[in-house]
Design a protein around this ligand. Structure first.
Ligand SMILES: *Cc1c(COP(=O)(O)O)cnc(C)c1O
Length: 387
């Protein structure tokens, strides 16, 4: 079998009569048929001919096929953003009276969907600590638990959840395991190998890797993806062909990019680990990480995110951001350019301190998305801002 990273480069739409080398852009809303019979057959799902770009499009299919190859998934559906992938996977597969079990440190908008919008449709939820034991996971499962949804590493706390253990629990109770693999990417971690039924991504982050377009994708078991496809084809969160074209090209360099992001991140984490201005620093591949053993079991490298806590709390966080000269202050991550963020004064500023602590956002928490600049330049900027 061909290697996954070769698939990420070589999977391509069929060549047109022009014999192009690089995939062209299929900017078209709909597709033509030669006759009434072939059009009837396509609508009857007897062929997989393209009909309309809300349903399928060659650029979108190429991107989806590459993610399926990288994740080891049967099929997938790509969406306009990571959140529409998350939302589609919830709405297509759960109904009134079902229960969703998630971990307490998840992406902010996902938290909002679960705790504010799902209850409107009668879908119940509960959260479990990211470091919960197998017994605690077992105890959290209810008779109506339909789906377990988790992130690992979590955003922004960098907690690591044990995919093998949670996969076993989900299988035992026949619960759908849905994993947001955004932080690790499939070149670093493949949740399906541990029993995940579905993997969702924000393609906006490392998959694009250059901060250009929004996108999302859901891959996994055929019968589940079919329901998600039917839901999405009717409700309309389709990925734009242009964005798919960008994202598919990005995947050709995903493996080399992620290797360098992780090497830079490990270098920076190691250099800063015992810095006197920090009360702690977290990176999955440092021995000091509380779940180091799990991280090294299920990930190829520690990824591109480093988190630390400034001793001065909220005020020190603001100061730190103001003193940075090169790192970008921006609401994204997973870019060639290094980015610093301070959740307590930005993304999570509307929460009370107590609510923030409940999702592991401490006052001086800084998240660094380590870019591809020279590692010494990234480190030098952080060090001068700390001093
Ligand atoms: C950004 C992000 C999302 C949402 O993706 P968008 O593309 O911004 O909609 C979901 N999960 C995680 C972990 C993220 O970091």
């Amino acid at each position: 079998m061909r290697h996954k990273i070769t698939d990420a480069i070589r999977i391509q739409t069929n060549k047109t009569n022009e014999m192009e080398h690089s995939t062209p852009l299929f900017l078209t809303s709909s597709f033509c048929f030669d006759d009434a019979e072939s059009m009837r057959a396509a609508f009857a799902d007897e062929t997989d001919d393209n009909i309309y770009s809300r349903f399928s499009n060659p650029n979108v299919q190429e991107f989806t096929d590459k993610i399926c190859a990288l994740e080891g998934a049967e099929v997938g559906y790509a969406t306009a953003s990571g959140m529409s992938a998350v939302f589609g996977s919830f709405m297509a597969l759960m109904k009134k009276g079902d229960h969703l079990l998630s971990c307490n440190s998840i992406f902010g908008s996902t938290h909002t969907v679960i705790s504010k919008y799902l209850p409107k449709y009668g879908i119940d939820h509960s959260y479990i600590a990211a470091n919960a034991t197998e017994e605690e996971w077992e105890a959290a499962i209810q008779p109506n638990t339909k789906m377990i949804y988790l992130e690992t590493p979590t955003n922004p706390g960098l907690d690591i959840l044990d995919l093998d253990m949670i996969g076993k629990v989900a299988r035992k109770h026949q619960i759908i395991l849905n994993v947001d693999n955004c932080f690790a990417t499939p070149v670093n971690q493949r949740p399906i190998e541990y029993g995940a039924d579905l993997v969702v991504h924000s393609a906006t982050k490392w998959l694009d890797g250059q901060g250009r377009v929004l996108g999302g994708v859901i891959v996994g078991k055929k019968e589940l993806i079919h329901d998600i496809y039917l839901f999405c084809r009717s409700t309309g969160p389709a990925l734009s062909p242009f964005n798919a074209w960008i994202l598919s090209k990005s995947l050709e360099t995903l493996d080399v990019r992620m290797e360098r992001h992780a090497a830079n991140a490990l270098h920076i984490a190691t250099a800063l680990e015992n810095h006197p201005k920090l009360s702690w620093l977290k990176y999955p591949f440092l021995k000091s990480h509380p779940q180091y053993a799990i991280a090294t079991k299920q990930m190829q490298n520690g990824g591109g995110i480093v988190c630390f806590e400034l001793k001065g709390g909220l005020e020190a966080g603001r100061h730190f951001l103001n003193r940075l000269k090169m790192l970008s202050l921006t609401a994204n991550l997973g870019d060639t350019r290094s980015i610093a963020s301070h959740p307590a004064s930005t993304t999570h500023a509307k929460l009370t301190e107590e609510e923030r602590l409940a999702v592991n956002i401490t006052p001086g928490l800084i998240r660094i998305s380590v870019g591809l600049e020279h590692r010494e330049d990234i480190l030098a900027d952080i060090l001068q801002a700390l001093s």
